[in-house]
Write a protein of this length. Structure first.
Ligand code: FRU
Length: 484
């Protein structure tokens, strides 16, 4: 069935029970469902939205098109957690059901005010000529999950922006609420605009100006900007679409980048002493990362392990996209570290010395030690012939390379099937999480990260040490209960 515009934007109530039943049956047949990574109940999952703490629980929503593996009429689907590892769908959704979000409840953020969670998001509206009107709008969710939409536009499309203006993130800086929104100016260059909540009223926003983060102005759009604070230091996480590769090289269709500032000056919308641009993730997928500062001050982040405008092997089972693990962000020696929250260790069900294995469940964590000046290649998701996901730690030349060209079904090959990043040649650790069709590799406890999807064949479930002498531990991971 072709995904025509009409089919993508068909109203939710027009999908028949029979169609949904068939969709669920197809979905259930997929060999690539994850065990401990959030994935959609059905259809497509993209950006994390509304990541927050509410009523003593962690809350995050996912952008969802529920009727198949396509980008169509989007809604938010809520998940709850008490440990940032186990997430459960609550049934609460933000549906595209008003004139201000008729063509999609697009991405946004959340913040608790009193007894309610304020959801700040983009209402995507298309008029009869299919012209887009992006409205930054809000909704209030109470403790029972009842959602009431605020019946007015909170931030209008600025006169100096095209219709690409979206993804508001609300944040608190020293007791004052601010928001940033990503956009595209009339010269088709991306920008991030800072707004201030007048008298701290989240329905009354005034522009402060364009966030000054030493924008190189090569990207045509900034999607999903997030400002989080690690101590005093602002970290801007964002997705500069079309970023010129001479500014910073990347392989994925669109990159997820960051910059760190020494401090933040909201009066003139400035990130002071801003760092060089850096790639958040060296793998094949990690996009639309959403970060927020938890009540205890920690900067937490979660990414979409998927990319826009890419088809996936799981599409044939009508599901696409997962979340990354929840990562804590820290800064060490001026560098951003991203590492899964401590509670992930609770999934470790049994352990053994790391070594070759003919058959695993493909749900494990490896904690490896690599000696200085050593060269090591391991193959995960390996079949009998040793074909699988190859990870090469070259601590002679200072490079880690991940090669998925032999790991099951291939896709997005026009963007290459290997990814590399430079590392220092000293002794190194690698924590590698494998979950059926997801891998996340954290070098030196999060100094460098490679995330991505793989769609292994059914016989690809071994571990092979091809060269070198890596030592460490294999932990079988047991989620206990499934996400959905
Ligand atoms: C990023 C994005 C956002 C938008 C949402 C729509 O992946 O394009 O900019 O709000 O997805 O689903």
């Amino acid at each position: 069935m072709k995904w025509t515009t009409e089919r993508r934007y068909r109203r939710y109530e027009d999908w028949t029970e029979e169609e949904i039943k068939q969709l669920k049956e197809k979905n259930a047949q997929s060999p690539w469902h994850t065990s401990y990574h959030v994935e959609p109940a059905t259809g497509l999952l993209n950006d994390p939205n509304g990541f927050s703490c509410f009523d003593g629980k962690w809350v995050v929503f996912y952008q969802n098109f529920p009727f198949g593996a396509a980008h169509g009429l989007k809604s938010w689907v809520q998940l709850e957690s008490d440990d940032l590892v186990h997430f459960t769908e609550t049934g609460v959704k933000v549906l595209p059901d008003t004139p201000l979000d008729s063509h999609g409840a697009y991405s946004g953020s959340a913040m608790q005010f009193g007894d309610q969670l304020f959801l700040f998001y983009t209402g995507n509206v298309r008029d009869e000529n299919w012209i887009r009107h992006p409205y930054q709008i809000g909704a209030l969710m109470d403790k029972t999950g009842k959602i009431e939409k605020i019946d007015k536009v909170l931030i209008d499309q600025p006169v100096d922006s095209t219709d690409h203006f979206r993804d508001p993130q609300i944040f608190n800086f020293k007791g004052q609420y601010y928001a940033i929104v990503g956009g595209q100016d009339l010269e088709k260059k991306g920008f991030v605009r800072l707004y201030k909540a007048m008298e701290n009223d989240y329905t009354n926003w005034q522009a402060v100006g364009d966030l000054d983060f030493a924008n190189d102005r090569t990207a045509y759009m900034m999607e999903c900007p997030n400002l989080v604070f690690v101590g005093e230091q602002p970290v801007l996480l964002y997705c500069p679409q079309g970023l010129d590769k001479s500014v910073l090289d990347y392989d994925n269709i669109y990159p997820n980048m960051y910059k760190i500032g020494a401090s933040f000056n909201p009066e003139n919308a400035k990130m002071v002493d801003v760092s060089q641009l850096q790639n958040m993730d060296y793998g094949f997928e990690a996009y639309a990362t959403q970060g927020f500062n938890a009540p205890d001050g920690r900067a937490l982040a979660v990414s979409w392990l998927g990319l826009p405008d890419v088809s996936y092997p799981s599409d044939s089972f009508e599901h696409q996209g997962t979340f990354s693990l929840v990562k804590e962000l820290t800064i060490q020696d001026g560098k951003l570290y991203q590492y899964p929250v401590k509670a992930i260790e609770n999934l470790r069900a049994s352990e053994q010395v790391f070594g070759n294995q003919e058959k695993t469940s493909n749900t494990y964590e490896l904690e490896l030690k690599l000696e200085a000046n050593s060269q090591t290649e391991i193959v995960l998701l390996a079949d009998k012939e040793g074909k699988g996901l190859s990870i090469n730690f070259d601590l002679v030349n200072g490079q880690v390379t991940v090669d998925r060209s032999q790991a099951g079904e291939q896709y997005a090959q026009e963007f290459g099937s290997t990814r590399s990043c430079p590392i220092e040649v000293k002794a190194t650790t690698a924590n590698i999480f494998i979950d059926k069709s997801v891998f996340e590799i954290f070098i030196n406890k999060g100094e460098k990260v490679f995330s991505g999807r793989v769609f292994p064949h059914t016989d690809q479930n071994g571990i092979l040490i091809k060269s070198g002498n890596p030592t460490g531990t294999y932990y079988e991971l047991d989620y206990g209960r499934k996400t959905n």
